[in-house]
Design a binder for this molecule. Sequence first.
Ligand SMILES: NC(=O)C1=CN([C@@H]2O[C@H](COP(=O)(O)OP(=O)(O)OC[C@H]3O[C@@H](n4cnc5c(N)ncnc54)[C@H](O)[C@@H]3O)[C@@H](O)[C@H]2O)C=CC1
Ligand SMILES: O=C([O-])CC(=O)C(=O)O
Length: 305
Amino acid sequence: MLYHFYIQSKKLSSVLRSVKTLAKPAGARGYSSESVPDRKVAVLGAAGGIGQPLALLMKLNPLVSRLALYDIANTPGVAADVGHINTRSEVAGYMGNDQLGQALEDSDVVIIPAGVPRKPGMTRDDLFNINAGIVKDLCSAIAKYCPNAIVNMISNPVNSTVPIAAEVFKKAGTYNEKKLFGVTTLDVVRAKTFYAGKANVNVPVVGGHAGITILPLFSQATPKANLADEDIKALTKRTQDGGTEVVESTVTELPFFASKVRLGKNGVEEVLGLGPLSDFEQEGLEKLKPELKASIEKGVKFANA
Ligand SMILES: NC(=O)C1=CN([C@@H]2O[C@H](COP(=O)(O)OP(=O)(O)OC[C@H]3O[C@@H](n4cnc5c(N)ncnc54)[C@H](O)[C@@H]3O)[C@@H](O)[C@H]2O)C=CC1
Ligand SMILES: O=C([O-])CC(=O)C(=O)O
């Protein structure tokens, strides 16, 4: 799954693991290059710490045929570098606002890691003042140049940048709740790693992507490890502090809530429910709602100001 790869891209070891898998010839993984349709992916913020390894992973993905790398600076070099990799997709670099439209035109998928990252001591919400404006402008351009694209928001604070994107698209008349995602897969990756080390385990993580709004559901882990309540509490805290898909849903009364979804080529096909929660998780769910609600409202207010 797309999201899995790029969110893992922060860790070099994960990048190398993914590269190993993806570097197999397309046919070896069940794709025949002739039968793969044309698919354009645009990365906005492509020259950054997340954008560059993400561009590499997209270049290695046999499902991508055109890769547009956009940033306000340094994209010609990044595009030349990534373009030397001998895989299917054609790579083009775009730099500065004048070239944003070209970068976005005809895109099927847009991934946004543009904006500033946290420094030690900052919360994700501390990034709001700078990143909200960046995301708003980029989403206005998406509505204009590729209104049908699937949009994946990485820029923080995700709990607010996703609602900002939704408001911009609603105003432009292009909003499709099935095609807007907040990228929170890193929370799932962390929950799995902390729960069971290297073992192959599934752990759903729901809510948002900041602090207590991240709620790992260890009671639904498969296979299950028999851990004491105190250990589950500690693992929950570690996952929340360590750094799924945020979609508009009816899983809770909140308009945006990370939950398990079934994906298809047109975006979300089904939003899956929360499933049975332990008392500890139910308590966590009630605690996260006010904070996530406030972050959503902050984004909506900004976009409509
Ligand atoms: N959702 C998640 O799980 C994660 C989210 N993030 C977030 O992703 C964002 C990027 O992080 P890094 O790549 O580490 O930061 P970075 O500073 O290394 O890269 C950001 C890039 O965005 C570019 N940029 C700034 N304004 C832009 C604009 N208007 N249009 C296009 N590009 C623009 C910069 O030139 C830079 O190349 C941060 O907000 C960070 O918090 C980071 C890791 C995981
Ligand atoms: O923590 C951050 O600022 C970046 C992020 O979203 C993550 O690593 O989960």
